[in-house]
Design a protein around this ligand. Structure first.
Ligand SMILES: N[C@@H](CCC(=O)N[C@@H](CS)C(=O)NCC(=O)O)C(=O)O
Length: 207
């Protein structure tokens, strides 16, 4: 398998999951602005919309869109338990959560990465949008669970971690969401997450 990624972008969720699974895979760093991959390929031939993640399977299929890529990866090693079995209500709940992460939480960060300067009023509105979505994460975690779907880490946690981690990057304070902050720290401490962050150049290798 080969994952096309951009350091720190949402593709890092799939990178974390690949590490969690312990499978072998290749990475190709992508410049989404230049539409080029590090290996010299035309990224639009891989991902016609020009965004990461894009996963090329061992059979040569190309999968895009975070919820699809993440569930495909989880289904490669069901014993790892990174997604409940298809056809169960637990799987529907995972899909519900992945869609929330993709269409609501992830999208709410859009204004911060649009490249368009925001005045104070616009920034405040964008921050309110993020906080409203993070409040939903906080509600999910309110019963004391460690991870979004319960006591077990799933692909949804990898995705949520990557997006929530952008908050500090763009200067959004999450102090109003203490359970979410603890969740971010919990996922950050997982060896698979540390390995992905080191590989993507977001942190120094631990001594
Ligand atoms: N709907 C897509 C969105 C993916 C996305 O927003 N990718 C961003 C990085 S987080 C990207 O590659 N942006 C570059 C661009 O759009 O040119 C998904 O869920 O996979």
């Amino acid at each position: 398998m080969k994952l096309y990624y951009k350091p720190g972008a949402c593709s890092m969720a799939s990178h974390i999951v690949l590490n969690e699974l312990g499978v072998s895979f290749d990475l190709d760093k992508t410049d989404t602005d230049a539409r080029k991959t590090e290996a010299g390929g035309d990224f639009l031939k891989i991902s016609p919309n020009g965004y990461v993640p894009a996963l090329v399977t061992d059979d040569g299929d190309i999968i895009t869109e975070n919820p699809a890529v993440l569930q495909y990866l989880a289904d490669q090693s069901p014993v790892a338990g990174l997604a409940p079995p298809s056809g169960t209500m637990a799987r529907v709940r995972l899909q519900e959560t992945l869609n929330f992460l993709s269409s609501e939480l992830h999208t709410s960060f859009g204004p911060f990465f649009s490249g368009v300067e925001m005045d104070d009023a616009r920034r405040k509105k964008a921050e309110t949008g993020v906080n409203r979505r993070v409040a939903h994460i906080e509600r999910i975690l309110a019963d004391g669970r460690d991870y979004l779907m319960g006591d077990r880490f799933t692909v949804a946690d990898a995705y949520a971690f990557v997006v929530l981690n952008w908050a500090s990057f763009v200067g959004i304070n999450l102090d109003a969401h203490p359970k979410t902050q603890a969740f971010v720290a919990r996922v950050a401490a997982r060896p698979a997450t540390i390995k992905a962050m080191v590989t993507e150049g977001l942190m120094e290798r631990a001594a």
